[in-house]
Design a protein around this ligand. Structure first.
Ligand SMILES: Nc1nc2c(c(=O)[nH]1)N[C@H]1C(S)=C(S)[C@@H](COP(=O)(O)OP(=O)(O)OC[C@H]3O[C@@H](n4cnc5c(=O)[nH]c(N)nc54)[C@H](O)[C@@H]3O)O[C@H]1N2
Ligand SMILES: Nc1nc2c(c(=O)[nH]1)N[C@H]1C(S)=C(S)[C@@H](COP(=O)(O)OP(=O)(O)OC[C@H]3O[C@@H](n4cnc5c(=O)[nH]c(N)nc54)[C@H](O)[C@@H]3O)O[C@H]1N2
Ligand code: SF4
Ligand SMILES: [Mo]
Length: 751
C-alpha cells in the first residue's frame, strides 16, 4: 500500500484515457484518498477494448513522482529557487518587458513541444499564447517529425491537417515504412491496440509488409519484412509507382475526374525502375515488382509511411510518393485503403470541392530565409538564430512542454546556445536538460487534475469516437489554462496582475461568435445570449469542448437536433461512445484552389530534382548510417524518471550487425565511439542480425547525466544523447524537417 493510504479510506474507480502516446487507450484508475493505487485497461472502452501498454500502467507513478515540480522556479543569483506564482509572473513581466523594449518582439522565439497535444487545456491555450507573443519565430516538434506529411496533405488536397490514415480494420494489404507501432503504438494514426489490429489483418487473410533497416519488433510479427537502406524510401516508392505504370496496374477509380498531374508523375518516376534503384535501396528488383503487384492486386490496400521514412533528407518526397501510390491504386479515400478522420468535435459538411488552398512562405526566417510552413520555422535552424547577432537575433525563448536540448538535432550546439539566452521561460513539469537553462519554470498541475478529451488524436483516429473524463483530483491553485492565460496577458502588456478569466471568456465568446457568423455553421445566425446561456455552469475548458461537440456532426446543435451529442450526454458514458469507422469524404473535402487533387504540385516537382540527382551519385558502400529507435517502455526524452520503466538492463545501446562489428574489431558488450559530422559519444554495443548490414541504431531522448537537473531516477539511468550526432545543417529541404535518421557516422572500438 503506498504511503498516505489507509485501509479505512474509501477507494473509487474513475475512467480516463492514457495520454502518454497517440493511441488514446481507455484506462480505469483505482483511487484511494489522494493516491492512485492501480491502473488497468478499460475493457468497456469501445475503441481500445482493454488494451494498454507498460507506460499506461505508470500514470499513477507519474502523478506521484517526487521530482515533479510543485511550484514555479525562478533564477536568483544564478540558482533556480522555488517562488510563488505572483513572483514568477512578476519576474516574467519585468524581464520580457526589458527585452522587448531593447530588442523588439522579433527577439522572442516560441518552442512548442510534443506533450501539448496530449493535454486538452494546453492544446487549447497555446493559441492565445502564440498570438499574444507578437513574433513569427515559432518552432515545434512538427519539424522534428511530421512536417513532410503536413506539406504533402496541404499541397495535394488542400488541408495540411487531414492526414491519410491507413484503414487498419478493413484493409487486406498494409505496406508500412519507417514505423514501429509495436514500440510506438502508432503515429499520425490513432488506433489503440495497433498490434492487435495488425494481427487481425493477417488473421483475416490479408498481408502486412514492413520496410525498415532494422527487423523491428513490428517487422518480427508481420507477414514480410524488407530491409531498406536508410533515407532511400522515396526512391524505392518511386520504383513502385513506376512499376504500376509500366505494368499497367494503376486504377484510379472514383476520384479520377478530380485528379490532376498523373502524367507529370509518370514522367518523374520513369527513370526509377526497380533495377535502377535496387543497389541504392538494397532491395532487389524482383521483390520490388512483387510488392507493386501485391499492392495493386489487393482488394483494398494501404501504404503508410512514418517517422523513419519522413525524418530523412527526402522525407517530403517519401510522403509524396506514398500518397501517389495510394491514389493511383484507387485506395485513397476508400474503405480498407487510406481515409481521413471525421472527429465528432468537428463538422462534416463537405460541399463542392475547392477552397483556399495551402500557402507556405507567407514569411521567411531571418538568416536562411526558410519559408514558414504551417506558421513554423525549422527546428534545425534555431541554434543559429540564437547564436548569430544582428537585428532579430533570438534573445529570449518561451518553451511549452519541450526539451529541445535533447530533442533537436546537434543538441550540444543548442545546449550552448540556450546557456547564452538573455531570458528563457519554460512551461514544464521537470527541471531537466533544457529547463536547467531557464530563468523561470512554470509547472502545470498533474494531468489527472485536468478535464480530458483527446481533441488532437481523435482527429487522426480510425474510428469516430468521443470520450470525456472530468478531473480525477481537484487542484486548488492555478490550473494549466490559468497559467497560460496569465502569460498570454503579460505578453499583451496587460501586466502580471491581469485576471486569466479575461482570456477564458474571450476564448468562449470568440468560439461562439465564429460559429454564429459562419454561414456554414449549423448554428449560424442563432441568438448569442441563448448559446452562451446553454454553456453556463461549465468550466472554461468544458465550455469550449461543449461548443465543439454540440456543433459537430453528431451534435445536438443546442437543441435543434434532439438526441444529438453534448458534453452532458457524453459524460454519462465514462468509457466513451463509438460513432463508427471512417467515412468517404472526397471529393467534397478537397480544399485546393483548383478543387482538384493535385498529384504533382510545382513545389514538390521542383524538389524532386534532389532525389533524381541521387540516382547518379556514387555510393560509398562502407559508410555506416545511424538510425533511431523507440521502445515501448520509453517516451521521447522525458519518461526516464519512472522507476518501473527504466529498471533492468540499459536499453540505450548501439545496435549493429555482427558482420560490421567484426569488420571494425568491435566486441559485443564493449564500448564504442560513434562520431558524426557534428559530434561524438561513447556507448555500449549490442550485435544483432536484426540490423541491416551498414546500419547502426541508437534510441533518442536519453543523456540525463547532466549537472543541475532534478530527475534522480533518470540521472541514475542516464544513457547517451543521440542528438549530439544529428546534423542541424542538413534538412529535408521542402518541409524544413530535421534529418534524424540515415546519419553518416563512423564507429570505432574503445578499450
Ligand atoms: N534523434 C532523434 N530526435 C528526435 C526524435 C527521434 O526519433 N530521433 N523524435 C522527434 C519527435 S517525433 C518528437 S515529437 C520530438 C519530441 O521532442 P519534444 O517536443 O522536446 O518533447 P519530449 O521529448 O516529449 O519532451 C517533453 C517535455 O515536456 C515536459 N512535459 C511532460 N509532460 C508535460 C506536461 O504535462 N506539461 C508541460 N508543460 N510539460 C510537460 C517534459 O518534462 C519535457 O521537458 O523529439 C524529436 N527528436
Ligand atoms: N514507446 C514510445 N512510443 C512513442 C514514442 C516514444 O518515444 N516511445 N514517441 C511518440 C512519437 S512523438 C512519435 S512521432 C511516434 C513515432 O512512431 P513511429 O513513426 O512508429 O516511429 P518509430 O517507433 O521511431 O519507428 C520508426 C522506424 O523507422 C525505422 N527507420 C529508420 N530509418 C528509416 C528509413 O530511412 N526508412 C525506413 N523505411 N525505416 C526507417 C526504424 O528502424 C524504426 O523501426 O511514436 C510515439 N510513440
Ligand atoms: S499505448 Fe500505452 S502509452 Fe499509448 S495510450 Fe495506450 S497505454 Fe498509453
Ligand atoms: Mo513525434
Amino acid at each position: 500500500m503506498p504511503p498516505g493510504t489507509t485501509s479505512s479510506e474509501e477507494t473509487r474507480t474513475v475512467h480516463r484515457t492514457c495520454n502518454l502516446c497517440e493511441a488514446t487507450c481507455g484506462v480505469t484508475l483505482e483511487i484511494a484518498g489522494d493516491q492512485v493505487v492501480r491502473v488497468r485497461g478499460d475493457k468497456e472502452d469501445p475503441f481500445s477494448q482493454g488494451f494498454i501498454c507498460p507506460k499506461g500502467s505508470t500514470l499513477g507513478e507519474l502523478h506521484h513522482d517526487p521530482d515533479r515540480l510543485q511550484t514555479p522556479l525562478v533564477r536568483r543569483d544564478g540558482e533556480l529557487v522555488p517562488a510563488t506564482w505572483d513572483e514568477a509572473f512578476a519576474e516574467i513581466e519585468t524581464r520580457l518587458g526589458g527585452i522587448f523594449e531593447e530588442h523588439g518582439r522579433s527577439s522572442l522565439a516560441l518552442i512548442l513541444g510534443n506533450p501539448i497535444v496530449h493535454h486538452l487545456a494546453t492544446s487549447l491555450y497555446v493559441r492565445p499564447l502564440v498570438l499574444s507573443a507578437g513574433t513569427t519565430n515559432l518552432y515545434s516538434a512538427s519539424t522534428l517529425d511530421q512536417m513532410p506529411q503536413h506539406l504533402v496533405s496541404g499541397l495535394l488536397w488542400g488541408d495540411p491537417n487531414a492526414f491519410p490514415l491507413p484503414d487498419l480494420d478493413r484493409t487486406d494489404h498494409l505496406l508500412m515504412l519507417g514505423a514501429n507501432p509495436l514500440a510506438s503504438n502508432g503515429s499520425l494514426v490513432t488506433a489503440p491496440d495497433f498490434p492487435g489490429r495488425l494481427k487481425a489483418i493477417s488473421a483475416r487473410g490479408g498481408r502486412v509488409v514492413v520496410v525498415d533497416p532494422r527487423k523491428s519488433e513490428t517487422a518480427e510479427r508481420v507477414d514480410e519484412h524488407l530491409f531498406i537502406r536508410p533515407g532511400t524510401d522515396a526512391i524505392w516508392l518511386a520504383a513502385l509507382v513506376q512499376t504500376l505504370f509500366e505494368e499497367k496496374l494503376d486504377s484510379i477509380g472514383r476520384l479520377e475526374p478530380w485528379l490532376d498531374g498523373v502524367e507529370t508523375i509518370r514522367s518523374l518516376v520513369a527513370a526509377f525502375t526497380p533495377e535502377r534503384v535496387a543497389d541504392i535501396c538494397g532491395i532487389d528488383a524482383e521483390t520490388t515488382r512483387r510488392q507493386a503487384r501485391d499492392l495493386a492486386n489487393a482488394k483494398a490496400g494501404a501504404v503508410y509511411g512514418r517517422m523513419g521514412a519522413h525524418t530523412v533528407e527526402f522525407g517530403t518526397s517519401a510522403a509524396w510518393m506514398t500518397a501517389i501510390l495510394n491514389v493511383v491504386t484507387g485506395n485513397f479515400d476508400r474503405p480498407g485503403g487510406v481515409m481521413t478522420s471525421s472527429p465528432v468535435a468537428s463538422r462534416v459538411d463537405d460541399r463542392e470541392p475547392g477552397g483556399r488552398g495551402f500557402r507556405t512562405g507567407r514569411w521567411k526566417s531571418r538568416l536562411k530565409g526558410y519559408p514558414e510552413i504551417n506558421g513554423e520555422f525549422p527546428a534545425a535552424g534555431l541554434a543559429e538564430e540564437i547564436e548569430t547577432p544582428g537585428e532579430g537575433q533570438t534573445r529570449a525563448v518561451i518553451s511549452v512542454a519541450s526539451n529541445p536540448v535533447r530533442s533537436f538535432p546537434n543538441s550540444k550546439r543548442l545546449d550552448r546556445a540556450f546557456a547564452d539566452l538573455d531570458f528563457y521561460l519554460a512551461f514544464d513539469i521537470y527541471l531537466n536538460e533544457s529547463t536547467r537553462h531557464a530563468d523561470v519554470i512554470l509547472p502545470p498541475p498533474s494531468g489527472l487534475c485536468e478535464e480530458q478529451y483527446e481533441l488532437t488524436f481523435l482527429g487522426n483516429a480510425v474510428r469516430s469516437f468521443a470520450k470525456y473524463s472530468p478531473p480525477v483530483f481537484k487542484h486548488e491553485g492555478l490550473r494549466d489554462e490559468d497559467i497560460m492565460a496569465k502569460v498570454a496577458l503579460i505578453l499583451r502588456g496587460k501586466g502580471a496582475d491581469a485576471d486569466p478569466a479575461i482570456i477564458h471568456d474571450e476564448m468562449v465568446e470568440e468560439g461562439v461568435d465564429r460559429q454564429l457568423k459562419d454561414p456554414a455553421s449549423p448554428i449560424a445566425g442563432r441568438d448569442r445570449a441563448e448559446i452562451l446561456a446553454e454553456l453556463e455552469g461549465l468550466s472554461p475548458i468544458e465550455k469550449q469542448l461543449d461548443l465543439r461537440l454540440r456543433t459537430g456532426w453528431q451534435g445536438d446543435l443546442f437543441g435543434a437536433k434532439p438526441g444529438g451529442l453534448s458534453l452532458a450526454e457524453l459524460a454519462k458514458k465514462p468509457s466513451g461512445i463509438d460513432f463508427g469507422p471512417m467515412i468517404e469524404r472526397f471529393p467534397g473535402r478537397l480544399k485546393t484552389k483548383s478543387g482538384h487533387l493535385e498529384l504533382a504540385p510545382a513545389e514538390l516537382v521542383e524538389d524532386w530534382k534532389r532525389v533524381t540527382d541521387r540516382l547518379d551519385e556514387p555510393m560509398d558502400g562502407d559508410q555506416l548510417l545511424l538510425i533511431g529507435r523507440r521502445h515501448v517502455r520509453s517516451n521521447n526524452s522525458w519518461m526516464h524518471n519512472i522507476p518501473s520503466l527504466v529498471k533492468g538492463r540499459s536499453r540505450c545501446t548501439l545496435l549493429m550487425n555482427p558482420a560490421d562489428a567484426s569488420k571494425l574489431g568491435i566486441e559485443a558488450g564493449g564500448n564504442c565511439e560513434v562520431s558524426s559530422a557534428v559530434g561524438k559519444l561513447t556507448v555500449a554495443v549490442e550485435t544483432t542480425d536484426s540490423m541491416m548490414p551498414g546500419v547502426v541504431s541508437l534510441p533518442h531522448g536519453w543523456g540525463h547525466d547532466v549537472k543541475g537537473i532534478r530527475m534522480a531516477v533518470a540521472q541514475a539511468h542516464a544513457g547517451v544523447p543521440s542528438n549530439v550526432l544529428t546534423d542541424d545543417s542538413v534538412m529535408d529541404v521542402a518541409s524544413g524537417n530535421a534529418v534524424l535518421n540515415a546519419i553518416p557516422v563512423s564507429v570505432s572500438s574503445v578499450s
